[in-house]
Design a protein around this ligand. Structure first.
Ligand code: PA5
Ligand code: NI
Length: 191
């Protein structure tokens, strides 16, 4: 891989970076066990393995000193009353931070620490979110028709730990309640 400086653009309306090395697509089947309404999940999956989100990675060596970045696009939709979201993860090197810069749409970042401290921040175009070391993070698209799009940057040696969240879920859920968007406790969360 070349070590000379490079530039790229993030054109609208596609938000697909002009330089990218990997296009990841995650479908409903990749989120088994994460949505509160399991019957709604199974019914939806039976009809179609819906595309929930996509990531365009600008690859760099996965080592300290490098920065990994890219674009995530979370599509609008719901499973039952719960909005489409990413799997979410801790970083394998727990003490690594991440920066998100929201470019399009509306949503939330749901976060928590291994000790169970929780935080939820809204995302809207132009907003920067700093996720400190040790905080697991999941993004949720609450736009009714628009994608949630953000640019992310994190240290090259971070890695991903998906297993912890797959087992315990996040403490907070973002749902479409009778009075609009609500952040509620996850009844199935286990520490
Ligand atoms: O590094 C990040 O936190 C993001 O790039 C996410 O990886 C991306 O949004 C997809 O989410 P996840 O990795 O939880 O599937
Ligand atoms: Ni991350």
């Amino acid at each position: 891989m070349s070590d000379t400086p490079f530039t790229f653009s993030i054109p609208t309306p596609s938000f697909i970076p002009t330089r990218m090395d990997n296009h990841i697509t995650r479908r409903l089947s990749a989120l088994r066990g994460q949505f509160r309404d399991q019957a709604a999940y199974e019914a939806m999956l039976e009809k179609e393995d819906t595309l929930i989100y996509e990531v365009y990675e600008v690859r760099r060596p996965e080592k300290a000193g490098e920065l990994l970045s890219g674009i995530s696009i979370i599509h609008p939709g719901k499973v039952g009353s719960e909005f489409f979201m990413t799997k979410g993860h801790f970083h394998k090197v727990l003490e690594t931070a991440e920066i998100y810069y929201c470019l399009h749409g509306e949503g939330f970042m749901v976060m928590e620490t291994p000790e169970g401290e929780a935080a939820v921040e809204s995302l809207s175009p132009g907003k920067v979110l700093y996720v400190p070391p040790c905080w697991a993070h999941r993004s949720v698209c609450t736009s009714r028709q628009e994608d949630l799009v953000f640019y992310f940057i994190y240290p090259g040696n971070s890695g991903h730990d998906y297993g912890t969240i797959e087992q315990q879920g996040f403490r907070k859920l973002v749902v479409d309640g009778p009075n609009g968007i609500e952040i509620i406790d996850n009844p199935r969360w286990k520490k």
